[in-house]
Design a protein around this ligand. Structure first.
Ligand SMILES: CC(C)(COP(=O)(O)OP(=O)(O)OC[C@H]1O[C@@H](n2cnc3c(N)ncnc32)[C@H](O)[C@@H]1OP(=O)(O)O)[C@@H](O)C(=O)NCCC(=O)NCCS
Length: 137
């Protein structure tokens, strides 16, 4: 299977459908327009295509100096375990290294720790965890 990777943004509805394949939107309630704005406002995005079909995506936000954060690494269920998530994440990490930021952070979804550990990420120590305020509208 030949997968093509691009930094061009995906089409709005294709991205909406890919995002909805995760089930996350049952909680976030993001519209197609809002999701498209979120990727437009990102520092760097990678999309993966099988022919014309969007099958994977990942994005990075950065201040360009000190920190970068990865979000929404998503592979369509039928395309998982084929190395596409790894390739997208490696491309995001590569861009962070080009910027020379000092750390790359992410929120790890349930059950995905092993995936990110294979790419070099380490959980933060229990006494210095990541924290968040969840806001829903
Ligand atoms: C997590 C996700 C992006 C992985 O993508 P993928 O394309 O299936 O992963 P890859 O095939 O590139 O896997 C790379 C390596 O990680 C391993 N791996 C993949 N998913 C894993 C998991 N959930 N737990 C542990 N290891 C995993 C693979 O076996 C592979 O190992 P190898 O290099 O030794 O062969 C994909 O399962 C997904 O989209 N899930 C739903 C959305 C999600 O939860 N994203 C993460 C948000 S934090």
């Amino acid at each position: 299977m030949k997968i093509d990777y691009t930094t061009s943004l995906p089409e709005k509805i294709a991205y909406f459908e890919l995002f909805n394949s995760t089930g996350w939107n049952a909680d976030y309630h993001l519209t197609a327009d809002e999701l498209f704005q979120s990727i437009q406002n990102s520092s760097y995005c990678i999309s993966a295509y099988d022919d014309e079909n969007l099958v994977g995506f990942g994005r990075m936000l950065s201040d360009g100096i000190a920190h970068a954060v990865l979000f929404d690494v998503i592979i369509l269920p039928d395309y998982r375990e084929k190395g596409i998530g790894r390739k997208i994440t490696e491309m995001l990490i590569e861009e962070c290294k080009k910027l020379k930021v000092r750390d790359i952070q992410l929120f790890c979804a349930k059950g995905k720790l092993g995936f990110y550990e294979k790419l070099g990420f380490q959980p933060r120590p229990g006494d210095a965890p990541g924290m968040e305020i969840r806001l829903r509208y």
